[in-house]
Design a protein around this ligand. Structure first.
Ligand SMILES: Nc1ncnc2c1ncn2[C@@H]1O[C@H](COP(=O)(O)OP(=O)(O)OP(=O)(O)O)[C@@H](O)[C@H]1O
Ligand SMILES: [Mg+2]
Length: 234
């Protein structure tokens, strides 16, 4: 399915250019972290990649199309969307929507709830879960689809350090299973822990796309240097 190739992608709304001329290739195997200030266009970029929004110009192309293409990429949002159902049926419903036969859904759901440590509360209504538990459920729901690519938009923004660590471990495990990770974060230390490469967004443009070591040691763009310096002062 990969690489995912964006060519000169732009997005306009109400006379404003929100994404401007982004060309980037997402290759398999690496964890890509998307960094940038609030409003830089990180979430929009992810939504465009995932196909939730079409670009107004430019193209978004996957290497390979398949009839089940929709099942091979998944997205986890900052505020997870829980269905008014049990924890388990949040996962089985996702499988149903994605065409997984009924006979297999329960087993796949239980395996993935176990992986994220929610097996014991699989019967609880999803709506009553804590923020960290909801995020783990969102990860289980995405993981259950065995996607080639997983988009994560600030999945730990509202979580405490312990819940954040647990989400990071799950992300590493999903990546270890061969899923490409493309994730936004505000947390520089998290970016250092997780990133193999960094896409740095600034005012709707991609200012740079570099291996993580290089990004943190000697960023190529003035914008990223300013960002790193500014962030370090906090
Ligand atoms: N549907 C829309 N219509 C108009 N403007 C929008 C729309 N969606 C996003 N924007 C604007 O586009 C800019 C980029 O938004 P985006 O959500 O991608 O930023 P971000 O980098 O994810 O920021 P944050 O770090 O705060 O999550 C923002 O200024 C936002 O107000
Ligand atoms: Mg965002």
């Amino acid at each position: 399915m990969l690489p995912l190739i964006l060519t000169d992608v732009s997005l306009w709304r109400d006379g404003n250019t929100l994404i401007e001329g982004v060309s980037v290739t997402f290759s398999p195997g690496t964890k890509t972290i998307v960094l940038g200030h609030n409003g830089a266009g990180k979430s929009l970029l992810l939504r465009i990649c995932h196909g939730l929004m079409g670009p107004d110009s430019g193209s978004v192309a996957w290497a390979e199309k398949s009839p089940e293409g929709h099942r091979r990429q998944a997205m986890v949002f900052q505020k997870p969307i829980m269905l008014r159902r049990s924890v388990r049926s949040n996962v089985t419903y996702g499988l149903k929507v994605n065409g997984v036969p009924k006979l297999r859904r329960q087993e796949i759901a239980d395996m993935n709830l176990k992986r994220v440590g929610l097996a014991d509360i699989a019967s609880r209504p999803a709506a009553v879960l804590s923020g960290g538990e909801q995020q783990r459920l969102a990860l289980a729901r995405a993981w259950a689809l065995a996607p080639d690519v997983l988009f994560l938009d600030e999945p730990t923004a509202n979580l405490d350090p312990a819940a954040t660590q647990s989400v990071e471990e799950i992300v590493e495990e999903i990546h270890g299973g061969g899923t490409k990770i493309i994730m936004t974060t505000h947390d520089l230390s998290q970016a250092r822990r997780l990133a193999d490469e960094v896409v740095f967004m600034h005012q709707g443009r991609m200012a740079e796309h570099t291996p993580a070591d290089q990004f943190f040691d000697s960023p190529a763009s003035a914008e990223a240097r300013a960002y790193l310096n500014g962030e370090l002062r906090w």
